[in-house]
Design a protein around this ligand. Structure first.
Ligand SMILES: Nc1ncnc2c1ncn2[C@@H]1O[C@H](COP(=O)(O)OP(=O)(O)OP(=O)(O)O)[C@@H](O)[C@H]1O
Length: 280
């Protein structure tokens, strides 16, 4: 994309962003809340109007029909609208829409693709459950399943692991990375977990106020100085096996003159939950 701008309600949210993601590459956009990460991803996914140039594997995005674009780009937004009463299987099947003729029915290959992806994401046991009854993390994996079922070459992932426990975060990111290696998938993601982001991305882009303020390999972007400037965060950056690890550190606590370190514990009853035998 070149000179990409997005204006919403008269405000410039994405401001002249130039970014090339090479085929097969994983690029993660980071930045503080409100920096414009989701807006950028939505614009690339064709979900928001933008000015500037977006080209998808050599073709100007504007020249692609909706259906053709959907075979190339799959977007997982943060909170997709879920049709009421829809099961996990049927929701994932929506990912096959670009392959099903208008008013046509899904083929055996479409059904197989859905079963396959549900299995890969450890979701087969939820296939017949209504999406609304799943936990936040289970639902987030279903949103990814729908995108993977789409069989697109470019995957746009907006905070794909925000609701997942640490095990599922690794599982999902490993799966995406494996698909990238096996099928040449290209990934453009946004993530708030900077250590995880640095472990999986080939390159990172730091966005602030809609502008690119740093870009390059994770070790060039995840620096204590840049994170202090743009996130106002106190962090230590440690070099891990697969990239820099970002550890938040608290400011030093100054002891009070009376020796206390915090709230008075004298008569604090707090909250207790359980089967204790309390007198009332
Ligand atoms: N429809 C809209 N009209 C006006 N402003 C909007 C609209 N949608 C988003 N914004 C604003 O655009 C800015 C960027 O929002 P965006 O969701 O892209 O940020 P983000 O970097 O993804 O943030 P977060 O990390 O909190 O998810 C925010 O200040 C937001 O309030």
């Amino acid at each position: 994309m070149a000179g990409l701008c997005v204006d919403l309600s008269g405000n410039r949210i994405v401001d002249h962003v130039d970014l090339t993601v090479h085929a097969g590459e994983w690029v993660t956009v980071i930045g503080p809340n409100g920096a414009g990460k989701s807006t950028l991803l939505r614009a690339v996914g064709g979900l928001l109007p933008a000015t500037g140039a977006i080209s998808l594997f050599g073709t100007p995005a504007g020249a692609l029909r909706r259906r053709d674009r959907a075979r190339i780009v799959a977007t997982v937004v943060q909170m997709p609208a879920v049709p009421p009463g829809m099961t996990v299987f049927d929701y994932t099947l929506l990912g096959r829409t670009p392959y099903i003729a208008p008013l046509g029915r899904e083929s055996a290959a479409d059904l197989a693709a859905v079963r396959d992806v549900l299995g890969q994401l450890d979701l087969d046991r939820f296939a017949d459950r209504q999406l609304a009854t799943l936990s936040g993390g289970e639902r987030q994996r279903v949103f990814l399943a729908r995108a993977l079922a789409q069989g697109a070459t470019l995957l746009l992932l907006d905070e794909p692991t925000s609701a997942l426990d640490i095990g599922h975060q690794q599982e999902v990111l490993e799966l995406v990375d494996q698909l990238r290696r096996d099928h040449g998938l290209t990934v453009l993601a946004t993530m708030h977990d900077l250590s995880l982001a640095g472990e999986y991305a080939d390159r990172m882009v730091l966005l602030a106020d809609g502008r690119v303020v740093a870009a390059g390999p994770p070790q060039d972007v995840l620096t204590e100085e840049l994170l202090a400037t743009h996130y106002r965060a106190r962090v230590r950056v440690i070099l891990g096996d697969h990239g820099p690890l970002v550890v938040p550190v608290r400011p030093r606590i100054v002891a009070r003159a009376d020796g206390g370190a915090g709230a008075d514990q004298g008569d604090a009853s707090g909250i207790s939950v359980g089967l204790g035998h309390h007198k009332t």
